[in-house]
Design a protein around this ligand. Sequence first.
Ligand code: 13P
Length: 335
Amino acid sequence: MSELNNIALKILEKGKGILAADESTGTMTKRLDGVNVKSTPENRLSFRETLFSASSMTKCIGGVILYDETIRQQTSKKKKIPELISDMGSNPGIKVDTGAKVLAGSPEEKITEGLDGLRERLKEYYKLGAKFTKWRGVYNISKNHPSKLSIQSNAHALARYSALVQETNMVPIVEPEVLMDGEHSSEECFTKTSEVIKKCFDELILHKVDLKGIILKPNMILSGSKSKDKISSEQVAKLTLECLKKSVPSEVPGIAFLSGGQSEIEATENLDLINKYNDTNFIMSFSYGRALQQSALKYWSKDIHNSDGAQQIFNHRAKMNALAAQGKWSKDLEN
Ligand code: 13P
């Protein structure tokens, strides 16, 4: 088994998933503003340290995606953040893209940047302790979108990123996120997501990326947030599985979904049903940001010096999602 395949499997072993705590300073400031906490480096660290030292890190969280600021920070006890994560039994990872910018030639769409100088940055992150990385391509659905141009150019960037990451002996998370925003139906989400993922794999193969040493981070198949056609969790699970079966090569060891604006319970319930119906060899787990942090953040904001209550809430969500990643969750466990 290759070293990279080993790392990918370790991150997703036994129902473990990923905590996406890689919000850029801008996004984290929005989240903190939302709960009336001032966005300072100390407060951003304090919330994150609260999560990373929670007991569920050991059994439920196989990897944590960090932002550049956080991977360089030290805990209140002067321990380096990647070291804290490793000591808890998890794996530190790092977001390496520099964000989605307006796509020249199709100004309503985005292209993710960050390839220039990436090889050098990756070497530094590896030295800081990162075992895996993340790059997010983002696509919106409307009548003419995502365009061929956006699908092609984001797939190209994801593949060049992945090849560089594997060269540095880390596992790339390949994240093509088809956004939930809009009025589109679940069928449209299915068609566009399939097209986006297939193109990503065409490019990954062209760039000689070892598919056994990546983790795919896709969206689930949902209807748009403003669509009238609401579908059940059973339908979400079945459509998502059908889409992935048709578009993901069998070598890929694991798939870790983003939550993308679903509520905490929705994200858990959908993942659970995906696993109850999973008839593939792919590990199907989570790489959630908001769906793991929302309630914990709200609680923490009331007394940022008392971490216990926020940790209990986070531990519960992490545990529920780890059960869902094995198809063992049920609604009554939420109480
Ligand atoms: P959400 O789960 O909040 O969508 O965040 C996951 C993520 O990493 C988006 O890039």
